[in-house]
Design a protein around this ligand. Structure first.
Ligand code: NAP
Length: 283
């Protein structure tokens, strides 16, 4: 059993982005990322801080817009509009979830598709479907990068994704399909879930329920990717997979923390670099 080291793979991705950023700087271009945070959700604050730290490391400019939970839809859309029109901002992300009363979809659709480094805009989602894209969604693309780094081939494999969210489950299924996996996407209405998961060569858990995937749900020798970020009964960070009991059945498994999370941020850096290049006519 090999524990996939997301920190190590993400460090090499960020190193590459850093050196490309230096080359851009020599041409007078400094990639800029705007991060919008509305309200005071502690988990969102941690994610935003980590994204800012990564920007600093690779040499991007990052600007944070921390707005109160009382922000109106109009105020938020006005900020997005202003950022869409700023030449020194190449990427815009709005940390989700938004406080109640704000329309996430409207905000996602307001972000210019060329600055949509999360790849959530429907134009970018559509382009992913047909395999003609500039940006891939950060978490699924980070997972693919990890599989590549460990020479894990998807071709012809039975891939099962638990979860069908727009930001993880659905695009994950699509990226596995692009690499010739035979993909099944499960959700809360799926019947006989364990039967399906225990047939998977590659199992991706993106559910949001602590230690949901137990050893009896996993095939011997499977590759298990854990997207979940939950707190266990002792408030300790844990994934959707019961790591301690599942790990010995796997050929490869990702830990939480130190697995998918760092890859998500590394892919965000890749996307922001790409946005800066595209907006400057490079690539
Ligand atoms: P989400 O929008 O809440 O989606 C959860 C999915 O799990 C839904 O499709 C839901 O099915 C399915 N589900 C719930 N209970 C189930 C059950 N009993 N059996 C089968 N399927 C079930 O969550 P998300 O945004 O995709 O995130 C999933 C997890 O990943 C969360 O823990 C989140 O914090 C984490 N996450 C981590 C990263 C990272 O970088 N590491 C990035 C994004 C998200 P229905 O559609 O039928 O409701």
């Amino acid at each position: 059993m090999i524990i996939i080291d997301g920190k190590k793979v993400s460090a090499s991705v960020k190193e590459k982005v850093k050196s490309e950023c230096e080359a851009l700087k020599a041409q007078g271009i400094i990639p800029g990322l705007a991060v919008i945070l509305v309200g005071d959700d502690p988990a969102s604050r941690v994610y935003v801080n980590n994204k800012k730290k990564a920007c600093e490391y690779v040499g991007f400019r990052s600007e944070e817009f921390a707005l109160p939970a009382t922000t109106t839809q109009e105020e938020l859309l006005a900020l997005v509009d202003e950022l869409n029109n700023r030449d020194d901002i190449n990427g815009i992300l709005c940390q989700l979830p938004l406080p109640k009363g704000l329309d996430e979809n409207a905000v996602i659709e307001a972000i210019s598709p060329v600055k949509d480094v999360d790849a959530f805009h429907k134009q970018n989602v559509g382009r992913i479907m047909i395999g003609d894209y500039d940006f891939l969604p950060c978490t699924p693309a980070g997972i693919m990068e990890m599989l590549h780094a460990y020479d894990i081939s998807v071709d012809g494999k039975k891939c099962v994704v638990i979860g069908r969210s727009n930001i993880v489950g659905k695009p994950m299924g699509m990226l596995l399909l692009h690499e010739n996996g035979t993909v099944t996407i499960c959700h809360s209405h799926t019947k006989n879930l364990s039967e399906i998961t225990s047939d998977a060569d590659i199992l991706v858990a993106a559910i949001g329920k602590a230690k949901f995937v137990t050893a009896d749900m996993v095939k011997d020798g499977a590759v298990v990717i854990d997207v979940g970020m939950n707190r266990d009964e002792n408030k300790k960070l844990c994934g959707d997979v019961d790591f301690e009991n599942v790990k010995d059945k796997c050929s490869y498994i990702t830990p939480v923390p130190g697995g998918v999370g760092p890859m998500t941020i590394a892919t965000l850096m890749k996307n922001t670099l790409k946005a800066a290049k595209l907006q400057n006519g490079i690539d």
